[in-house]
Design a protein around this ligand. Structure first.
Ligand SMILES: NC(=O)c1ccc[n+]([C@@H]2O[C@H](COP(=O)([O-])OP(=O)(O)OC[C@H]3O[C@@H](n4cnc5c(N)ncnc54)[C@H](O)[C@@H]3O)[C@@H](O)[C@H]2O)c1
Length: 369
């Protein structure tokens, strides 16, 4: 098992990463005496897949709360339904929430934990790649508002993040790829060596490797390494800037363009990782245009994304709508758009003075009309 400590003073916690370890969670929770009553919050699909394995590890009782599946249910009303169930079951300040699932379950259960009785402990057990390398780490919890994603939420750190990479084996290929975009992002923003490692292993990073018994073991070992490295990078950034005053913004590399693409297509045509993949290439091209990045880095980035099955072009988009989308992005501080731009592999800078003309040119280069 890999162990990464997230140092946040009194809110410090461990991230544990292993293979086929779900049944070990109960022993850890009980040995630490965390939670008089334990509430397992998960969605029906993940409960069917992994609920029993988690339950098996607990000697005591686990109360199941199932949330409705999917982004559309990451809402205040779904949170209210969970609050009601917690009240009905007599949850107290010394109860513990175990959030088992993707980023939707993690964000919602974290939001509930942050607010129920002014905050009760919770553990993240992420089961999608995106949640394992990103959503479950760092304590951002939220629900959506009809006017925007994640508008209602709080920073609230879990007591433990417990990652079993074997859960990746049941993910659809597209869900695996969406997490891969965030992993590539970590290489770009912080670790050139990790980026190179991803280039060398890209052909193994797909669901095919899970299909045969003889490739499964090696694949899981590789995923454990990659998830641990990604978690380490995210943890380092969060440690230095828990509440996104400045440094944590580098995690938004690719997201300024990505969010515009997602919202213009109503979160339907592109999933998050696909939009971020295009956004990273756009940011790299902008960096090239303003003369801070060598073209060969952009070429390597596009090649890697392509090998991983992620897109890097924006077809059927109108430049004007994309420009408007970028300007309303929440990364706008003091009226200026903050772009996270690569300077070289493994290093990004934040710039708020990028000429609109450079952005426009890049969007056209990428295929927008
Ligand atoms: N808090 C943060 O810092 C942060 C960061 C990034 C993203 N997010 C949030 O994360 C959410 C997206 O998370 P996601 O991509 O995990 O999507 P998701 O939670 O909707 O999960 C995707 C689908 O996969 C299913 N699933 C989960 N685990 C599975 C498994 N092991 N096998 C098969 N199916 C499985 C789920 O039931 C769901 O239908 C968004 O709401 C986003 O805002 C939060």
């Amino acid at each position: 098992m890999n162990k990464i400590r997230v140092n946040l003073k009194e809110h410090s916690y461990d991230i544990l990463i292993g293979t086929d370890i779900l049944a070990e969670l109960g022993g850890i929770v009980e040995a630490n005496n965390w939670g008089k009553e334990i509430f397992l919050i998960t969605d029906p699909l993940v409960n069917d897949l992994y609920g029993d394995r988690v339950r098996k590890g607990f000697k005591g009782k686990l109360t199941l709360i199932e949330t409705r599946r999917g982004e559309n249910h990451k809402t205040l009303s779904e949170a209210a339904r969970v609050f009601d169930l917690l009240v009905r079951h007599g949850a107290h300040r010394d109860s513990l929430i175990v959030a088992l699932g993707g980023g939707v379950v993690g964000d919602l259960a974290g939001f509930v934990a942050a607010n129920y009785m002014r905050g009760i402990p919770y553990i993240q057990v992420p089961t999608t790649l995106l949640a394992q390398v990103d959503a479950a780490i760092g304590g951002k919890t939220a629900v959506n508002h009809p006017k925007g994603k994640n508008l209602i939420g709080a920073f609230y750190q879990p007591w433990l993040v417990f990652i079993d990479v074997k859960t990746l084996t049941s993910l659809p290929a597209r869900e695996l790829r969406t997490g891969l975009a965030e992993i590539v992002k970590y290489g770009m923003i912080k670790d050139a060596g990790f980026f190179k490692f991803l280039e060398e292993n890209a052909h193994h990073l797909n669901t095919k490797a899970f299909e045969k018994e003889d490739t499964l073991r090696a694949a899981l070992k590789l995923w454990q390494t990659i998830v641990a490295e990604s978690a380490k990078i995210k943890a380092e950034v969060v440690e230095k800037d828990e509440k996104e005053a400045k440094l944590r913004m580098i995690l938004n590399f690719g997201h300024t363009f990505g969010h515009a693409i997602e919202s213009l297509t109503h979160y339907r045509s592109y999933n998050h990782g696909e939009a971020v993949a295009i956004g990273m290439v756009a940011a790299a091209l902008v960096a090239q245009k303003i003369g801070i990045l060598e073209p060969n880095v952009t070429a390597r980035l596009s090649r890697l994304l392509d090998k991983l099955g992620l897109p890097s072009e924006i077809k059927n988009f109108q430049v004007a709508r994309l420009m408007a989308g970028i300007n309303i992005d929440k990364k706008v501080l003091g009226g200026k758009v903050n772009f996270v731009l690569p300077e070289k592999l493994g290093k990004v800078v934040i710039r708020d003075n990028v000429p609109a003309q450079a952005v426009k040119k890049v969007l056209i280069e990428l295929g927008a009309k």
